[in-house]
Design a binder for this molecule. Structure first.
Ligand code: G3I
Length: 355
């Protein structure tokens, strides 16, 4: 007899037939179909599927296990630990405690790192914001900051967000400390300093929100980046943050067209902070729309030649930045309060598997 028993025959049969039929439920079937977001993303041609991780939740073992599970996330971004107020809390005194709590386990888990961020208007230390520096002083402070951080993480970051959120929605530059004291050339200077001190293979990114459509902001950015490319200012990539809202999110075509603004310039692109918030209370219908938005956004990256990967801005609803910033909104992530995967997780996986 070919098969020792009927049950063995049943187990082997799917592997013999041309189009196998797997059991509909059970652990193994689930694992075969949903092996993890990064596994599926790589199969679909991306370099990674990643997540941001914040320090406040590192005492939660169940969370940390998922965060550093390489099958789910092949890339990690510290949500806060590499920001100026934490890395240089006093002038010329550097502290990498928070960043290392995330970067070190990521290295151990063989997850690549996106490092965020050298220059931003937000989360700056008091010593920097409470005093008026001259232009040469502030340029010196900028170079010194980038130099120390870049050297500390010399070959540890696949990419650095060199400048974050420098534009207003109308395409003008944000009227912040950097613009006021140094002028528009602070952006170029930051990229030049970053190139000088990071490893030659670190990708240098400009990163912003609200540029996931062709609009005044993304077109203004494209103009600046085009000029940088023309003049040899060292920029490698543009990150589209992709903080979306159910009911108002850019479509697949919107995101692709926006990515393409930078593909055309020969740059790398990525979705760097994807999340899709819901106007609470949540409903099954909203979760379905949220799932569609997530899948369409990831698909836009998969299909756009220059787009190397997608990072979600944390994966667990209770630690999302959304509820404190947008009261009444929430449930923006892929895992729910009970650390269960939501419809959006499955929608992304199903889309990636079909690519
Ligand atoms: O510094 C205190 C710390 O001492 C305290 O222990 C902790 C406990 O709650 O709070 C800490 O500060 C918070 C900080 O995150 C670190 O957790 C701030 O109150 C809070 O406002 C801050 O929020 C961060 C936000 O940037 C600041 O604008 C979010 O976690 C972070 O996810 C968010 O990330 C930004 C990206 O960098 C850029 N793009 C938008 C994105 C979402 O806002």
């Amino acid at each position: 007899m070919k098969f020792a028993s009927f049950s063995v025959a049943l187990a082997v049969l799917p592997f013999l037939s041309a189009s196998p039929t797997y059991p509909k439920s059970g652990h193994h079937a689930e694992r075969n179909k949903y092996p993890g977001l990064d596994v599926l993303a790589k199969r679909a041609g991306l370099l990674y599927f990643g997540t941001a991780i914040d320090n406040v939740v590192l005492n939660n073992t169940a969370y940390v296990t998922i965060a550093h599970n390489r099958s789910e996330f092949g890339q990690v971004t510290p949500s806060n630990g590499l920001k100026w107020m934490y890395t240089e809390p006093s002038r010329n005194v550097f502290n990498y405690t928070m960043a290392n709590e995330i970067i070190k386990p990521a290295i151990k888990a063989h997850q690549i790192r996106r490092c965020h961020t050298f220059v931003w208007h937000n989360q700056l230390p008091d010593w920097l914001t409470s005093k008026n520096y001259t232009k040469p002083e502030l340029i010196g402070i900028l170079e010194n900051h980038i130099k120390h951080e870049a050297r500390a993480y010399y070959d540890k970051c696949y990419a650095w967000d060199v400048v974050n959120e420098a534009f207003n929605d109308d395409g003008t530059l944000r009227d912040d400390l950097w613009l006021q004291t140094i002028g528009p050339e602070y952006i170029e200077l930051a990229f030049r300093f970053a190139r000088k001190y990071t490893s030659p293979w670190t990708r240098l990114y400009y990163n912003d929100y609200g540029i996931e459509r062709v609009n005044n902001k993304s077109l203004a950015l494209q103009k600046v980046v085009k000029d940088f490319v023309k003049r040899g200012v060292p920029i490698d990539g543009v990150g589209l943050q992709a903080h979306f809202t159910v009911g108002r999110a850019p479509s697949y075509n919107d995101t692709r067209s926006a990515l393409n603004l930078f593909t055309k310039l020969g740059l790398e692109t990525a979705l760097t902070e994807l999340d899709v918030r819901v106007d609470l209370p949540d409903t099954a219908a909203k979760q379905k729309t949220q799932a569609d938005v997530y899948a369409a956004s990831v698909k836009a990256c998969v299909d756009e030649e220059s787009c190397v990967g997608v990072t979600v801005w944390d994966f667990w609803d209770p630690v999302s930045w959304v509820p404190s910033t947008f009261p009444g909104y929430g449930n923006a992530c892929l895992w729910d309060d009970a650390l269960k995967r939501k419809p959006a997780y499955y929608a992304i996986s199903d889309m990636l598997r079909d690519e």
